[in-house]
Write a protein that binds this ligand. Structure first.
Ligand code: TXA
Ligand code: MG
Length: 350
């Protein structure tokens, strides 16, 4: 892998296109998180993404496009709502799930008859897509189930030599993955909340939207446990945070508190991590702070949740999954973090 500490330039773009054309992997920045890209038309190249991430092959990838005018090359039966959303939010942090065009490789869609499509809003990503001229399949550039990367160094740390070229575009401005909107059914459904909010989508379509994935959707970002650091994540409110920190310190655990301000009486030995003062700042720093918690050896990270509206919904969604509690349903990954009573295993005594 090419190690760069400087922003990518035109010669890097040319090399990135060459890597993609020969079936290699290019990690690149978007406004949400860094993606791990491959030629979406090449099943062999796409297979390398799954191998690098350790991702099960039946989980679909998002295909990134340079412009909405390429939609018809990748999707069929595109409803008017999809065109309206593309016009309103692309380039931007929104993925549309649509019926796939017949020649879209099933390797990309995890065997589904639908495909996720997005035009990202980042100058380097757009320059890469334009130079490549076709779709780039790209999941977040992290190992399966782990925290998404928001700076190039995260990709380097986590995927190292399995990436052929890493384009460094600095820190991602939004820091949370795109909103996924399913427009394949009569209604419009948000499968994953993001910076394009349900309210904004409702406003554009002048119709209600449903939120939450149906139970049978095979979407790794929808698994109850995802975006997980090594530290156990415990969800709290401003009112309960200090009591949770104290409770979890029992037994000598190293406990961190992720909150916008240090509480007046942080228990001795606990570490405060700065969560930022606005929900936008929280979205931007969340994944960095989860990584920080691991770097400083925190066993349990107590997090003060933002309010549940707009972007706050997206931050909360990632935190619930980082805590292994998504949808309140324990699957394989969630089970490992709970005891038989459904409460977190290895917890403090009551
Ligand atoms: O912001 C983002 O979306 C980033 C950047 C790199 O674009 N990408 C990203 O990709 O988060 P990934 O693979 O980590 O998450 C994509 C999500 C997964 O939960 C996947 O299952 C879902 O999109 N997805 C993709 N195609 C789908 C489809 N046809 N139906 C339902 N869900 C789909
Ligand atoms: Mg991901």
């Amino acid at each position: 892998m090419t190690r760069r500490e400087t922003p990518a330039d035109a010669s890097d773009l040319a090399r990135a296109v060459a890597v993609l054309r020969r079936g290699g992997l290019v990690a690149f920045p978007t406004e949400t998180v860094y993606g791990l890209g491959a030629d979406a038309r090449s099943p062999a190249a796409v297979a390398r993404i799954f191998a690098a991430k350790g991702r099960p092959p039946d989980h679909p990838l998002i295909v990134h496009l340079g412009t909405a005018s390429q939609l018809a090359q990748w999707a069929r039966d595109i409803p008017p709502a999809a065109h309206r959303l593309a016009e309103a939010f692309w380039p931007g942090p929104m993925t549309l799930v649509l019926p796939r065009a017949h020649d879209v490789p099933v390797a990309v869609t995890g065997g589904l008859d639908t495909v996720g499509l997005r035009v990202p809003d980042h100058p380097l990503a757009l320059a890469l897509l334009e130079a490549f001229g076709d779709g780039i399949a790209a999941p977040s550039a992290n190992r399966y189930g782990r925290v998404s990367p928001t700076v190039a160094a995260h990709v380097r740390e986590e995927l190292g030599a399995t990436v052929d070229l890493l384009l460094d575009g600095g820190a991602c401005t939004l820091g949370l993955e795109s909103t996924i909107v399913d427009v394949t059914t009569a209604g419009v459904r948000i499968l994953r909340p993001g910076a394009v909010t349900a309210q904004a989508i409702q406003h554009v379509l002048a119709q209600p939207v449903v939120t939450g994935a149906p139970q049978d959707v095979r979407a790794p970002g929808r698994k109850p446990s995802h975006y997980a650091p090594r530290a156990r994540v415990v969800l709290a409110s401003r009112m309960t945070a200090v009591a949770e920190v104290t409770r979890w310190q029992d037994g000598g655990r190293r406990v961190g508190l992720l909150a916008s301000a240090p509480p007046p009486a942080l228990p001795a030995g606990a570490v405060w991590l700065d969560f930022g003062g606005t929900v936008h700042a929280q979205a931007r720093v969340l994944y960095q702070r989860l990584r920080d918690a691991d770097h400083v050896g925190i066993d349990v990270l107590v997090v003060v949740m933002p309010a549940a509206n707009g972007l706050g919904d997206a931050v909360r969604d990632r935190l619930v999954r980082a805590a292994g509690l998504g949808d309140g349903i324990a699957d394989g990954a969630g089970d490992a973090r709970r005891d038989a009573s459904g409460r977190p295993g290895d917890g403090p005594p009551d």
